[in-house]
Design a protein around this ligand. Structure first.
Ligand SMILES: [Zn+2]
Length: 285
């Protein structure tokens, strides 16, 4: 039987599995839906937050730098370290990701800033990209990937999209779960967190959940969720930084838009249906 299942031979095939960027405001239900996607597509999650925590536990000079930024917001990059050398080490590897890193270096497309005037508590862009690429390098090409914390900036979106295509995967598939700001605020104020399970319990209409539906354990308010200034800060960041990249992907006709203001099961279903339709279209267009 033909490998393409009878589809004409000029079909465009990708060697690698799809890479989904799951995007949404805090409170849109991303964590819940990510779990659904991981299970449904036997996918690997790649999160710069997790990668940063793993880097910090190594205690390496780069890990200490990251730890300092997260703790104090200050960039204390040791003058003895050369930011570029970390990328050069990656670029020297004979892997597809190594070749991509070498290409970025060769074209001088990475800004190696090691100091910042403003406190940001965010890693420099080059470092977030380095962690992301190194994390990606470990994932077999046949595994689906869900990126749950990136891209968060337009230039990061460009790099990611270019990278996944350079290693033989289909163009990045951005899936946006939309909730209005007032819905997001309401949910953040009323959701509760089960620390052992690592999951949120979401309010149903106005009822604040009392116990974890998985383990029955006690729930708590996650740090930041009871702080209106923190919530508004997250929502503001989303509007300033993330909306432009949604508009960029929408302009390319690639954005999968999901109404997040419905029950979690309905969100999952419409998400999976649309991803399926898009992946079939990508394979056979
Ligand atoms: Zn629990």
């Amino acid at each position: 039987m033909a490998k393409n299942g009878g589809v004409p031979m000029n079909t465009k095939q990708y060697e690698g599995a799809p890479v989904i960027a799951l995007i949404g405001r805090s409170g849109a239900g991303k964590d819940t839906q990510m779990r659904v996607l991981l299970e449904r597509f036997d996918a690997v999650n790649i999160s710069t937050g997790d990668l940063t925590r793993a880097l910090i536990t190594t205690g390496s000079p780069l890990g200490l730098f990251a730890k300092g930024i997260l703790a104090t917001g200050e960039w204390n990059f040791p003058s003895a370290l050369d930011a570029r050398s970390f990328f050069e080490a990656l670029g020297a590897r004979p892997s597809p990701i190594g070749r991509f890193a070498a290409k970025l270096l060769g074209e001088n497309r990475i800004e190696f800033s090691v100091a910042s005037d403003a406190k940001s508590y965010l890693l420099p862009d080059w470092m977030a990209l380095l962690l992301f690429l190194e994390g990606f390098e470990k994932i077999p090409p046949s595994r689906w990937v869900i990126c749950s914390s990136s891209p968060r900036r337009l230039n990061e979106a460009h790099f990611m999209d270019e990278m996944v295509q350079s290693i033989g995967r289909p163009p990045l598939l951005p899936v946006y779960i939309h909730v209005d700001e007032d819905v997001a605020i309401e949910r953040l104020l009323n959701r509760r967190w089960c620390k052992p399970c690592g999951i949120y319990a979401l309010p149903s209409s106005v009822v604040v959940p009392r116990e974890c539906e998985r383990c029955g354990g006690a729930l708590s308010i996650r740090e930041g969720d009871n702080d209106m200034e923190n919530i508004m800060g997250r929502l503001h960041y989303f509007k300033e930084r993330v909306i432009p990249l949604l508009e960029y992907f929408d302009g390319l006709g690639r954005l999968i838009w999901i109404d997040g203001d419905q029950g979690p099961d309905a969100v999952s279903k419409s998400m999976i249906d649309q991803i399926h339709a898009r992946v079939v279209a990508m394979r056979f267009s």
